[in-house]
Design a protein around this ligand. Structure first.
Ligand SMILES: Cc1ncc(COP(=O)(O)O)c(C=O)c1O
Length: 495
């Protein structure tokens, strides 16, 4: 019979036997006692071994299969599946059998950026979709800027969560941040060089300054759409405005994450925000504010969005429901600033590139927002994430030779390491142990990565507490043995 760790059943207890089998097998998988791809005993064999009815084992296996821990294929033994994220039953079946050779399959995926969706599914979620589906079916496309219902709810969400006052006319619904950035990129192409004489603008690719390290997906979208990038190395709080002044070339726009620098976690103080706004006014540049995770601030109150300080109408605020709800939705938004040139340029692009978010999805998102479910979800998710953040701090804040940062808000952490060689080795060793984290050097838009600190970036929101604790143990074990930065006497700090 295939190996299975001991299952101890409490027969006199109130918990059903099938639930006890589920709990113990689940924790054996999460603790690595059962390996990915390994077969488990047949229901008949396990029932005989445990002295329970076969029905109890079938129920338990069905549940574990539904949760993505096991996979059963007709005619083959039931096996341990690849566990990717909690609550994610769709992904594990993609690669369920351990390869005979090569790296271990990923058991715990701590790829940064993903939220927990476990508490999202429920009555409010289902009701929102039912409501959207029950509405009369229009014979037209959704309005170019998005449905009235969703824009009304987004405006309220922004007022409530971010202190941003805007009207529904200021909002364009987008398929997330990436699509908002695509709109901006095309609008910048049409505008040509900022403030330059017309002759200079023609045929010149727009130039956008980005933070380094920064959000790699944003850099990729902008580049794909013909934008040239100039990397500005971050200082502790984020992008230093001095560096923009020192640039040889005039830039058309700057892309910033002032509330929680991605990925290092700095927060641009108010003086620097004002300096950035003055710089943009002086140079006639646009500011793209990527406000991606401000709803989840763990330390201190969130600073108001840069857009709310903008008296000159040149900050394009970009937001997304990818962290608040899930990137599976592909719903986000862009808030147009007052300046007519910026508004008109973006609206003209949207006119020719109509929004890709289906009307039904927009109505469901609006229904979810108007029911109060999103606000409630943010409150509970924030508590869950605060707890997981504490687990990260407890596990990793005092590992010799490392510095834990980026934890003041959001869904991810950064563990800075001695150098890029050490970080690269740690990433591969963790992958060998079945844990996926990202290498900080991949967050640079530059081919030369020397300006980027060395370290690991990992998300702590999407997997459950047990899986996270296990992954953190592994991260600590792998990084504790690494050489210390510089002379080895650096203090360890926690973000
Ligand atoms: C910095 C940053 N901005 C925005 C997003 C959201 O992107 P999207 O709305 O395209 O899913 C993410 C998601 O990981 C992010 O890390």
């Amino acid at each position: 019979m295939p190996y299975l760790p001991v299952i101890a059943l409490e027969r006199a207890g109130s918990e059903p036997l099938s639930a006890q089998i589920v709990a113990q097998m689940r924790s054996s998988i999460l603790l690595g006692e059962l390996h990915v791809g390994e077969s488990v005993p047949s229901t008949r064999a396990l029932a005989a071994r445990l002295g329970v009815s076969r029905g109890s084992v079938v129920t338990a296996y069905d549940q574990l299969t539904g949760e993505g821990y096991l996979v059963s294929t007709q005619g083959a033994p039931t096996r341990v599946a690849v566990l990717v994220h909690e609550g994610d039953a769709a992904l594990p079946t993609q690669s369920v059998v351990a390869p005979k050779s090569g790296p271990a399959p990923v058991v715990l995926d701590l790829t940064p950026g993903y939220p927990s969706t476990r508490r999202l599914s429920g009555r409010a979620w289902t009701a929102a979709w039912r409501r959207a589906a029950a509405q009369p079916i229009p014979h037209t496309e959704p309005p170019l800027q998005g449905t009235m219902a969703l824009r009304t709810e987004v405006a309220q969400h922004l007022r409530h969560a971010r202190g941003v006052l805007c009207s529904i006319d200021d909002i364009i619904v987008t398929a997330g941040t990436s699509e908002a950035l695509a709109l901006v990129a095309v609008a910048l192409q049409e505008r040509g060089g900022a403030g330059a004489a017309l002759a200079d603008r023609v045929g010149r690719a727009p130039l956008v300054a980005v933070e380094t390290p920064g959000y790699p997906a944003a850099a990729r979208v902008l580049r794909r759409l013909g934008v040239n990038l100039v990397s500005i190395p971050n200082e502790a709080d984020g992008m230093p405005v001095r560096a923009l002044d020192a640039l040889a070339n005039r830039v058309d726009a700057v892309l910033v994450t002032p509330s929680h620098q991605y990925p290092l976690g700095g927060r641009l103080p108010v003086e620097d925000r004002l300096r950035l706004l003055h710089w943009a006014q002086r140079t006639d540049a646009w500011i793209i504010e990527d406000d991606y995770d401000s709803e989840f601030r763990h330390v201190g109150p969130p600073l108001p969005a840069l857009a709310s300080l903008d008296n000159d109408g040149r900050v394009v605020l970009v937001g997304s429901f990818s962290k608040v709800l899930t990137p599976w939705l592909r719903v986000g938004y862009l808030v147009l600033p007052e300046r007519a040139a910026v508004r008109d340029a973006l609206l003209a692009v949207r006119g020719d590139l109509p929004g890709p978010v289906s009307g039904v999805v927009q109505e469901a998102a609006a229904a979810l927002l108007s029911s109060g479910a999103v606000r409630r979800h943010i409150a509970t998710a924030r508590r869950d994430y605060a707890h997981r953040r504490r687990l990260v701090l407890e596990s990793l804040s005092s590992v010799p030779g490392t510095t834990l940062t980026a934890l003041d808000g959001g869904l991810h952490a950064v563990l800075e390491l001695a150098d890029q060689v050490v970080a690269g080795l740690a990433v591969s060793e963790l992958l060998r142990r079945g844990i996926r984290v990202a290498d900080l050097r991949d967050y640079s838009a530059e081919p030369v990565k020397s300006a980027v600190p060395a370290g690991l970036v990992f998300g702590y929101a999407a997997c459950n507490d047990t899986a996270l604790a296990r992954a953190l143990d592994q991260i600590r074990a792998v990084t504790a043995g690494t050489p210390t930065p510089n002379d080895g006497s650096e203090p360890c700090t926690a973000g």
